[in-house]
Design a binder for this molecule. Structure first.
Ligand SMILES: *Cc1c(COP(=O)(O)O)cnc(C)c1O
Length: 377
């Protein structure tokens, strides 16, 4: 049986050739020539003052919290319907995540919910570009400006997306990107912090390397100046092997996104008329990066039954993403009913750049049939 995986990273010969070059160079570790070149390319592409290549997006979010001075007792408002890395990052620095409910039509954080949650301890907002769709940054920034809060964009899923003509990853003063194998551009694991503020980037960079400058740079200096540790930093560096892969992937973002967009357009044709599911909504002023494709099943459909049947037919699927406030680790006493509802009813179906149109058609046809066998009358 031809299996159709939910995700499949598009890595090939060009990425392999880039890795071979790093092997030959003798510097596979982080913050070497490849890492620096990648950071320069990111800063250029996003038109930002500082780009820091990091081991993953979770690390980028952690460093963002540190660089922004978030401390125990502070509250940070986080989008609820997401892989819960933002709330984890708030916890890493001993602060409290406050979960904001999301828009029912887009799954992105609801600006009104954010405004309602601002209190005396609030210091900032982490918005999420939900599975690739940018949030409402104009409204969020206005709320932040009114109350003197920071805004961080979790752009883990949205490489290639746009909002009001601007590139996702540059929609807030600080943005965090992921290059995990399930995202639109990947080095297996990887991430970046982008910011308009070069001082903030410098802070994140030094904390990403144990609190000391680049070891590669130090080896180039004549004489023996002994570098000093200025921070209790972490090891969040991206290896130059991964940086080389990402340089190739950055050049392919347009091509890979075109392929995912074609898949989304075909799903819309195949599933648009089905009354038992709702398709993703993309507001006029933004474009989607299609990290995932989630349909919302009608409340009469047994999602677990559908998923089990699809998987048995070789079609990958999943629950989509999480309602963060329901994760036991946070012991949250809040309620986010829209997010909880999407968490219960959404179904992620295969979405990646390696899908053939024949596979997309098979998914559409099997999904339509399967939801009918699992719908209560
Ligand atoms: C994947 C993801 C992350 C985590 O990215 P890593 O690079 O795996 O640390 C963070 N936020 C969101 C919204 C994600 O989807």
């Amino acid at each position: 049986m031809d299996t159709i995986p939910l995700v499949h990273a598009s890595l090939g010969e060009r990425e392999l050739a880039a890795v071979a070059e790093v092997f030959a160079s003798g510097w596979p570790a982080g913050q070497g020539p490849r890492g620096k070149a990648l950071e320069a390319e990111l800063a250029e592409r996003y038109g930002v003052g500082g780009a820091v290549a990091l081991s993953n997006c979770g690390a980028a979010l952690h460093l963002a919290m540190l660089a922004l001075g978030v401390k125990p007792g502070d509250e940070v408002i986080v989008a609820d319907y997401t892989f819960p890395a933002p709330a984890h990052a708030v916890r890493y620095v001993g602060a409290d995540p406050v979960f904001a409910d999301v828009r029912a039509d887009t799954g992105t954080v609801d600006p009104q919910a954010v405004a309602d949650l601002v209190g005396p301890r609030t210091v900032g907002i982490i918005a999420v570009d939900t599975v690739g769709l940018p949030a409402d940054y104009a409204e969020l920034q206005a709320i932040a400006d009114r109350h003197g809060l920071f805004v961080v964009e979790d752009a883990a899923c949205s490489v290639g997306a746009t909002y009001q003509g601007r590139e996702a990853g540059a929609l807030a003063p600080v943005a965090c990107l992921s290059f995990h194998g399930r995202k639109g551009a990947t080095s297996g694991e990887g991430g970046a912090l982008l910011t308009a503020d070069p001082a903030l980037a410098a802070d994140a960079r030094i904390r990403s390397s144990f609190g000391i400058g680049s070891i590669f740079d130090q080896a180039q200096v004549v004489g023996l100046p002994i570098p000093v540790f200025t921070e209790i930093g972490y090891n969040y560096k991206l290896s130059d092997i991964a940086a080389a892969i990402l340089q190739v992937q950055l050049g392919r973002i347009g091509e890979l996104l075109d392929r995912r967009s074609a898949v989304a357009a075909r799903y819309a044709e195949l599933l648009g008329e089905d009354e038992l599911l709702t398709l993703p909504h993309v507001p006029e002023d933004r474009t989607h990066a299609w990290q995932s494709y989630m349909v919302t099943l009608d409340a009469s459909v047994d999602r677990a039954g559908v998923a089990a049947d699809l998987r048995a037919q070789g079609i990958g699927c999943g629950h989509g993403t999480w309602a963060s406030h329901l994760q036991p680790v946070y012991e949250a006493k809040q309620s986010c009913p829209v997010s909880a509802d999407l968490f219960e009813r959404n179904l992620a179906i295969p979405m990646h750049a390696e899908l053939s149109m024949a596979q997309v058609e098979r998914v559409g046809e099997r999904l339509r049939a399967t939801i009918r066998t699992h719908a209560r009358p």
